[in-house]
Design a binder for this molecule. Structure first.
Ligand SMILES: [Zn+2]
Length: 89
């Protein structure tokens, strides 16, 4: 099975940011907005395809470079600000 691992990483980081950053306490976090945020971020990042077997995902996660994580987080913040100021509903 081939999977865009970036999707997993973005979802995890996005959840973390929304949970821990008080700046985003009051923005809409409905499924629609979260999907919009994910789509924007994933369109701005290179996909990271992996072949998956159960249990392998975490090993891949730790091997992601820190530099790349920094880039992903900055794309997520941009997308959150964009979607939260003009939600699609
Ligand atoms: Zn919403």
């Amino acid at each position: 099975m081939v999977k865009n691992y970036m999707e997993e990483v973005v979802r995890n980081l996005l959840n973390n940011i929304l949970k821990t950053d008080q700046n985003y306490d009051n923005i809409c976090k409905c499924e629609r907005c979260l999907d919009d945020i994910m789509a924007i971020v994933l369109n701005n990042l290179k996909p990271y395809y992996i072949t998956t077997k159960k249990g392998e995902v975490y090993a891949e996660y730790t091997s992601l470079e820190t530099q790349l994580q920094v880039e992903i987080i900055s794309e997520i913040i941009k997308a959150i600000e964009f979607v939260s100021t003009s939600p699609n509903h």
